[in-house]
Design a protein around this ligand. Sequence first.
Ligand code: ADP
Ligand code: F6P
Length: 329
Amino acid sequence: MGSNIKKIAVLTSGGDSPGMNAAIRSVVRTCAFVEVECMGIYRGYEGMIEGDFIPLNARSVNNIINKGGTFLKSARCPEFRTKEGRKMAYDQLKLAGIDALVVIGGDGSLTGAEILHGEYNMPFIGIPGTIDNDIFGTRYTLGFDTACNTVVEAIDKIRDTASSHHRLFFVEVMGRDVGHIALNAGIGGGAEEILIPEEDLGLDRLLDSLKRSKARGKSSSIVVVAEGDRTTGKNVYELKDYVEKNLPVYDVRVCVLGHMQRGGAPSCFDRVLASRMGVIAVEALLESKTNLMVGIRDNDIILTPVKEAIQGKSKMDKELIRVSDIMTL
Ligand code: ADP
Ligand code: F6P
């Protein structure tokens, strides 16, 4: 391909997510395939500012497709938010002869790349990596599927105790501002109710539903709560107190799943998605495309302007909400 781009650097930034390693591998192997040099940048924008780079070839990424986290490490870097920080980063990129970037991360990381491009014209393509699935322009972000599988596995285990002791569990799952993990893993784990920021269930309906369950002789109850849910005005511990006060018949426990949801081997879905996204990211750069984010829609890999991806809001699947309402009867 007659492109001016001879050296591409790849970095992972923001919160890690399963599938990031698979995406790095894909970028590196695609570069090798098209005979373009590839560099890895350690620790996201922090490593960019410090010039912490490593040359990568097809063999550098052996045996990482199955690993969670990111071998390039990740960081949140306040210095990159400043003009001075970005100038230092750009100087390091130039010094290393880097012509373009593949940025794997969430909307914050993509915003950083967009600003760097605005100031220094550094071409880049973004790959959405976050378990939250909260990025506009893609049906799925890297790591979301794995996180949902992890949560379902955890709910299955919690259910053993819930049913053995006739208990009610509030299970808090990740999702800083959104309920995608809660809704999907809640349906997959057979939750009684699912509390997400996008739908105001209301405390009355929660109590009614729990009363109904008791009346029907259900031996266990799992209520999945997205960490970002503020619709009830209560966190999981306050919900426990509220239910125990209003429905003393329930013996309630709380389980906050936390960072165990972010780790672990990526699912097959995330590995395939990462592999597909990495190929398109490199090919897009070589076609002189920039400021785009790779995404998936209807099983097609698509490109969306990063500006739109940052400004847009990922949509909650209304059909899934309907299904979950029926399942909780
Ligand atoms: P994520 O990419 O997962 O959304 P963050 O929001 O923490 O995570 O962003 C990751 C990094 O991207 C930040 O630590 C910072 O270095 C960079 N970044 C985020 N927002 C901006 C911004 N407005 N300007 C410059 N850099 C930014
Ligand atoms: O964005 C991914 C995410 O795991 C959110 O679900 C969670 O709210 C947040 O990151 C936690 O961030 P940290 O690891 O910095 O505490």
